[in-house]
Ligand binder design. Structure first.
Ligand SMILES: *Cc1c(COP(=O)(O)O)cnc(C)c1O
Length: 424
């Protein structure tokens, strides 16, 4: 049996029905912006392999850092022990996060970074002897696939089988230019119950909801009122972190800085799984006690894995280079020009650009959900043109590694233009 045949016998893939879908593509190698298939097709990874890759695949400096680290200290228990890569990474992250961030807690992925944030907040209030247990989130949110992160996320087709097991969360409507007053009113009503522990949000752009973008100044207003009501604010920057939105963090567009940050995806440059939750000194202080029952009793076997830390430190160095900022700016400019050139095409409903993200929503009779039929047309069309774009329903987005060249971007744009022309 060939590899794909063997895959079908024993492997279960994420977000994929077990029946009625095309075979997965067998990738033997990846380099820069390209995924290279078994039969030597070079596919442009225009979505950074689910938003994780920022410097290109198999980057020599990240690869070298992992290999060297693996050869000297591959892993050690992180309770009672520490190591240089973890200390350096914490210092590196604190040097670029907003200055109110004070302490770094390591975990394994974006979902666990969010779980840690939720638990940290609940226990913060518990340690202070205050009964506050509820969260406010934004309609359409995606914060991960574990139970806590699902609870603060959109109640929809993805989580329906689990509804009975998700804890209660208050959702405010997604802010649009026409509903800001209402949303703020909803928000204040929830805050006034006195039961709210924290407000969690994806700053400026909701990824999985379809790269839905909203205004920084409104988020600033919400954070201000949350503060006035003594409610903590959690920025889930799992997707937006590390330059994705044009600044290092989406929260860099805000005046009022969140109390907690959740990071993952771009953290290791896309090479290894790792999550980070950072917090303010005020939150840390509630845990500054020798009492074990007030300690944060949470941890994962692979917490602060040295290889993942080494990859993240290497990625951090690359992120600091002027070349990286130039790459981000180039993508942004190219996106703006391309958006301008297609915005009036008749099947285009809307084109949105934020930093390195371009989202294109098609008009469709179908509902606009992830389950829209249009995806069955879009995905194979682009793959057949050697471009990986993974639609969210009737929407496609480009979210490339920052090393993508203008020429490679044009190849992605051309494939989209071809689709628009064919479907005009
Ligand atoms: C992807 C994502 C997560 C979940 O991260 P995983 O590493 O897939 O668990 C959480 N929040 C946001 C905003 C994300 O985009």
């Amino acid at each position: 049996m060939n590899w794909v045949g063997r895959d079908k016998v024993s492997v279960w893939h994420p977000f994929t029905p077990l029946k009625g879908v095309d075979d997965p593509l067998m990738i033997k190698r990846a380099e820069g912006v390209y995924l290279i298939t078994e039969d030597d097709r070079k596919i442009i990874d225009a979505i950074s392999s689910w938003w994780v890759n920022i410097h290109g695949h198999a980057h020599p400096e990240i690869t070298k850092a992992i290999a060297e680290q693996a050869a000297s200290l591959e892993h050690v228990i992180f309770a009672g022990f520490t190591h240089q890569p973890a200390i350096e990474l914490a210092e590196n992250l604190l040097s670029i996060l907003p200055s109110n961030q004070h302490k770094i807690f390591y975990s394994d992925n974006g979902s666990t970074a969010v779980e840690v944030a939720l638990k940290m907040v609940i226990q913060y209030w518990y340690n202070k002897g205050t009964q506050k247990n509820k969260f406010i989130a934004i309609d359409g949110a995606y914060h991960g696939d574990t139970f806590g992160s699902m609870s603060v996320g959109e109640r929809g087709d993805f989580t329906r089988p689990f509804f009975n097991h998700l804890f209660e969360v208050e959702f405010i409507d997604f802010p649009t230019p026409s509903n800001l007053n209402e949303v703020k009113k909803q928000f204040v009503e929830y805050l006034n119950t006195g039961e709210i522990a924290a407000f969690i949000f994806e700053p400026l752009v909701q990824g999985a909801a379809g790269m839905r973008m909203y205004d920084a100044s409104f988020l600033d207003e919400l954070i201000t009122v949350a503060r006035e009501h003594n409610v903590l604010c959690i920025a889930d920057e799992v997707m937006t972190g590390f330059g994705r939105t044009g600044k290092l963090f989406a929260s860099d567009y805000l005046v009022n800085k969140p109390d907690i940050f959740c990071l993952s995806k771009g953290l290791t440059g896309g090479a290894l799984a790792m999550g980070v939750t950072s917090c303010t000194k005020e939150i840390e202080d509630a845990f500054q006690t020798p009492e074990l029952k007030k300690a944060f009793l949470h941890g994962h076997s692979y917490t602060a894995n040295p290889m993942a830390c080494a990859a993240a430190n290497a990625s951090f160095k690359l992120l600091q280079k002027p070349k990286c900022a130039k790459g981000i700016e180039l993508i942004h400019q190219c996106h703006l020009n391309f958006a301008d050139s297609i915005k009036n095409k008749n099947i285009v409903k809307e084109v949105r650009v934020l930093g390195t993200i371009l989202a294109l929503e098609f008009k469709s009779d179908d509902d606009t959900s992830y389950f829209s039929e249009m995806r069955n047309q879009l995905y194979p069309f682009f793959i057949s043109r050697n471009v990986l774009l993974r639609p969210l329903g009737n929407l496609i987005y480009i979210l490339p590694p920052y090393i993508i060249t203008e020429q490679q971007l044009n190849q992605v744009y051309s494939a989209i233009t071809e689709f628009l022309t064919e479907h005009a």
